[in-house]
Design a protein around this ligand. Sequence first.
Ligand code: TYD
Length: 141
Amino acid sequence: MIINTRVIEFSCHSDEYGSLVALESNRDIPFSTKRVYYIYEVDELMRRGFHSHNDLEQVMICVHGSVKILLKTPFEEEVITLNDPTQGLYVGPMVWREMFDWQQDAVLLVLASEYYDENDYIRNYEEYEIMARKHFRGSGV
Ligand code: TYD
């Protein structure tokens, strides 16, 4: 996986009544969750995201359906398919992300380490690339 990202496997309580996943801050989720949002009713051909964050940490979970996430830095890129409610995609600071190929009424649940702050967004890719090269300099990537 690319720097500042990883897939987290959650425990699932499944029985004949169905399935349940519980997410606890600083246990299953590697930060204190301050905000939860979900994205749904997205057209299959729609591409969203197109940004990075300076400091924010997030865990993305596709709780229904399937969606692809492009993760990108100036040095590497990867596409992760999220289609399993028992898996979370951790995305840390300074990673560019785009969400696409929304299938079967996908619902993407996102847990975030901070309240919404537009100032933490980097929405221009050229600007992101310059900042990310500085940020990751000396980190071995
Ligand atoms: P945006 O960040 O553009 O979504 P995406 O990156 O998935 O394409 O957010 C869409 C709108 O929702 C925008 O007007 C900002 C607002 N918003 C909030 O008010 N709070 C939030 O926590 C988030 C993530 C977005």
